[in-house]
Design a protein around this ligand. Structure first.
Ligand SMILES: Cc1cc2nc3c(=O)[nH]c(=O)nc-3n(C[C@H](O)[C@H](O)[C@H](O)COP(=O)(O)OP(=O)(O)OC[C@H]3O[C@@H](n4cnc5c(N)ncnc54)[C@H](O)[C@@H]3O)c2cc1C
Length: 345
């Protein structure tokens, strides 16, 4: 079997690349080891509004749980800081699936329950998870869109992302309806923050911490849930539990090696402090597709670094410089979080 492009991973980055490539007539195979695209969800599901301007077809009604307007920050020193943050709380299960369906409608082939194993000389090895059958195929180009612990990145570039945020999140009943993204900075959430992202009558309530502090993220989540429950935000019903690893070191170059391009979390295009990565995955998926279609793969390296290099590098440096000590939060948080003027100095 021979394809123009093999895309590993059917998250927003991989599905976007598949969609645009297939639309332009390329022969594309997308593989994912999940049983169902978009499930299980490992995300707080906020996406800034801007993506809807370039990809309106990504937003059928049921892919959006609700709209949000501002991001409101509760600091440990009592200050409350609000900034505009227009966007959507998605139903990512529907959102991711819809992008991949668009790709398939344009002719991309999707194989689920299929794991990328390795490059082996001229061939690529995949494994059908249910039967353990190993498939050998050829593709001119590989897009690694296989998320934060990307095997494609490891094998093509020789290195994994090493620094992560550890997260845990429950979806619970929301008692105070809001159009705000709610962020809490607390001394017991080291190197990260707690969030309440509203989904109508429900909310994704989670914490992300720096694993270097060697604390149990579940204990921290439970403490956070107790705090925000006591404040009247949420009730006791829990309908979903999730978590995961968010790359926190910025882009690990190169994003292109030979005929392999890394997009989204696989390339480290996730914000090392906020943990936001859906928009960047979609944008890098698009950039990779354009570079492939133009026949100039190196354009992807240049364009992705031009667009994201400085801002993600800056955030990664701030994380290393300020967030490995969690003792003077009134000093650290304004320097490391985008809502404060200090961050931009
Ligand atoms: C708890 C949590 C909350 C978050 N909240 C937000 C948020 O509110 N907003 C935001 O913008 N970002 C958020 N993020 C980050 C966001 O989820 C990611 O940045 C985004 O999903 C990256 O998209 P992607 O396409 O690069 O990778 P992914 O969405 O991770 O998709 C990668 C795909 O590759 C597949 N895969 C992996 N390895 C293989 C393999 N060897 N073979 C085959 N398939 C493979 C996986 O099954 C997966 O489907 C959050 C992350 C976590 C963990």
């Amino acid at each position: 079997m021979k394809y123009d492009v093999l895309v590993v991973g059917a998250g927003p980055g991989g599905a976007t690349a598949s969609y645009l490539l297939a639309k332009a007539g390329a022969k594309v195979l997308t593989v994912d080891f999940k049983r169902e695209v978009g499930s299980p969800v490992q995300c707080a599901e906020f996406l800034p509004v801007q993506i809807s301007y370039s990809f309106p077809e990504y937003f059928p009604e049921d892919s959006v749980a609700q709209r949000v307007v501002d991001m409101v920050h509760f600091t440990p020193w009592g200050e409350v800081v609000s900034i505009p943050s227009e966007g959507f709380i998605l139903n990512r299960r529907v959102f991711d699936k819809n992008i991949m369906e668009l790709a398939c409608r344009e002719g991309a082939r999707l194989m689920l329950r299929t794991r990328f194993l390795s490059f082996n000389g001229e061939h690529i090895l995949l494994e059908k998870i249910d039967t353990r059958e190993v498939i050998r195929l050829k593709a001119d180009i590989v897009v690694g869109a296989d998320g934060s612990r990307s095997k494609v990145a490891k094998l093509s570039r020789g290195s994994y992302t090493r620094n992560f945020l550890t997260t845990a999140q429950y979806t619970v009943n929301l008692l105070r309806s809001t159009q705000d993204l709610v962020i809490y900075f607390r001394d017991y959430i080291p190197g990260g923050y707690g969030w309440i992202f509203p989904k109508g009558d429900w909310a994704n309530v989670g914490v992300g911490i720096d694993p270097d502090y060697e604390l149990n993220v579940m204990h921290i989540l439970k403490r956070f849930l107790e705090e925000v429950r006591a404040e009247g935000w949420i009730g006791k019903e829990v309908v979903y539990r999730t978590g995961g690893w968010i790359p926190a070191e910025g882009i690990r170059e190169p994003a292109v090696r030979g005929n392999v391009l890394l997009v989204g979390d696989a390339g480290g295009f996730c914000h090392p402090i906020t943990g936001g990565g859906i928009a960047n995955a979609i944008i890098t998926g698009k950039m990779a597709a354009q570079a492939i279609l133009s026949g100039e793969l190196q354009d992807y390296e240049e364009e992705s670094l031009d667009t994201f290099g400085d801002s993600l590098r800056r955030a990664a440096q701030k994380r290393l410089k300020y967030m490995k000590r969690w003792d003077n939060l009134k000093d650290i948080i304004p320097k490391t979080w985008i809502a404060f003027d200090e961050y931009w100095k």
